[in-house]
Design a protein around this ligand. Structure first.
Ligand SMILES: O=C[C@H](O)[C@H](O)[C@H](O)COP(=O)(O)O
Length: 213
């Protein structure tokens, strides 16, 4: 069961990775919300943040933290984000909040990815949490069939539209022995925008509560 106290501890502990003058990559979700609250206390010491979602942008702006565009911000030193599952190799499932595409972009643009979770997210094998996949709407059925061919059960997150105007399919029933290979394979399918597996670029540091994994 998710532990809000550990989420808050992780969000606050991640502040130690923020250096003076940094532009901070900011993820999305209830754990990141604690991080953003803590970041507000440092707002005069950083240049600003690059956000991964409209939700995080709204919170950052409300707290007076400048939100910068990734194209002008350039490479970032640090990205802080939550996850839905994390394995012993710091490979992740993300996208429970439908923000996976921008999250993967900001993570890729950052030198160090610090993942903040509570202990309920730690697993030995990824796949108990359904894998979110962002798809172009016209490809929903096509991608659904491709997932069934690969042993998964696709469930359309009906009614959810991502910040990019796309849809989400959640894949149940995968026990993922080689997440990087599955991520690469799915990345080849026309119509898939982003796979919620962060295995080719795992986290660099994982904080479970205030404890480093
Ligand atoms: O799309 C959402 C993100 O990948 C979140 O980082 C993930 O779902 C974890 O969210 P939370 O911190 O609320 O458990």
């Amino acid at each position: 069961m998710s532990n809000p106290n550990e989420k808050r501890q992780a969000g606050e502990a991640a502040i130690r990775f923020v250096e003076d003058g940094a532009i901070v990559g900011v993820g999305t979700g209830s754990t990141v919300a604690f991080f953003i609250d803590a970041l507000a206390d440092l707002k005069d010491r950083i240049q600003g943040a690059v956000s991964s979602s409209e939700q995080s942008t709204a919170q950052l702006k409300r707290l007076g933290i400048p939100v910068l565009d990734l194209n002008s911000a350039g490479p970032l030193t640090i990205y802080i984000d939550g996850a839905d599952e994390c394995d012993p190799y710091k490979r992740l499932i993300k996208g429970g909040g439908a923000a996976l595409t921008r999250e993967k972009i900001v993570a890729a643009a950052s030198e160090k990815f610090v993942c903040i979770i509570d202990s309920s997210k730690r697993v030995d094998l990824l796949g108990k949490f359904p894998v979110p996949i962002e798809v172009i709407p016209m490809a929903r059925s096509l991608i659904g069939r491709e997932i069934v061919k690969r042993g998964g059960q696709p469930v359309w997150r009906d009614g959810v539209v991502t910040d990019n105007g796309n849809w989400i399919i959640d894949v149940h029933g995968w026990q993922i022995a080689d997440p990087a290979a599955l991520e690469s394979e799915l990345n080849q399918l026309p119509g898939i925008v982003t796979v919620g597996l962060f295995a080719r670029r795992p986290a660099d540091v994982v904080l479970i509560g205030d404890r480093e994994m």
